[in-house]
Design a protein around this ligand. Structure first.
Ligand code: C5P
Length: 220
């Protein structure tokens, strides 16, 4: 078994992708499988941590031994993360949170014979959970964010990450390229980790479990 370097720590992880309802049967969602977040939970557990997983629509099972809160939407995730953050030593926002949600949720199914040939959706911005948790962090609490980008150029990918960590205020940002062939839903991942100053502190490529362990190595 792994060295117990996270014994006595409470690690809070969000995983999966939020779904924002349009009506009782439809939602706006994304392609996050939850695999990287679940691998982080599994790795943290193996290293002795107490782990809370806030899970949105996972395509993979929740590991035994992890305390799990199931959520659907970004607003539900905000509530669950805020509650659990009160006792967390480490927070990792691996979930793909919808940036926008439909302004109103129809009580009944949206019907094409009533709407006609074009349907316009009005969306409102969701709260930025990572930025909020970072702004109100407890002393000593460490916060790690993710940046999934479709940018193929490595330098521009890192530049996007540097801007993002400055805006979000977290301690580390795990930058990875996603697309139909990379990142979301796949078994492997390639990431670059930036610290708060935008300096590259780690690069990892391999199984989502090995990437998880590289990320957890940063927690001092
Ligand atoms: O801004 P962007 O969505 O690229 O940022 C990604 C990071 O911010 C991830 O860690 C994600 O979990 C988090 N996030 C969040 N709340 C949002 C949007 C993103 O916590 N509304």
């Amino acid at each position: 078994s792994a060295r117990q370097d996270l014994a006595g720590r409470h690690v809070l992880i969000s995983a999966g992708g939020t779904r924002e309802p349009l009506d009782p049967v439809r939602y706006l969602g994304n392609r996050s499988s939850g695999k990287q977040g679940v691998a982080l939970a599994q790795a943290a557990l193996a290293r002795g941590a107490r782990v809370t997983l806030v899970a949105a629509n996972l395509e993979v099972p929740v590991p035994t031994g992890v305390s799990c809160v199931l959520v659907g939407t970004a607003q539900e995730m905000l509530k669950a993360m805020t509650t659990a953050a009160a006792s967390a030593d480490v927070i990792i926002m691996a979930a793909a949170v919808a940036d926008y949600r439909p302004k109103s949720v129809q009580l009944g199914k949206i019907k094409k014979d009533e709407v006609g040939d074009t349907l316009t959706l009005e969306l409102v911005k969701n709260p930025d959970i990572l930025a909020g948790l970072s702004a109100s962090r407890r002393p000593g609490q460490q916060i790690i964010g993710f940046a999934a980008e479709t940018e193929a150029d490595a330098d521009r990918l890192i530049a996007l990450g540097r801007g993002k960590i400055a805006r979000k205020g977290c301690d580390f940002l795990v930058v990875n390229r996603v697309g139909l062939d990379a990142g979301f839903g796949t078994e492997r991942n390639t990431v670059t980790v930036l610290d708060h100053g935008g300096v590259i502190v780690n690069e990892a490529s391999g199984s989502k479990m090995s990437v998880a362990n590289c990320i957890l190595d940063l927690i001092g």
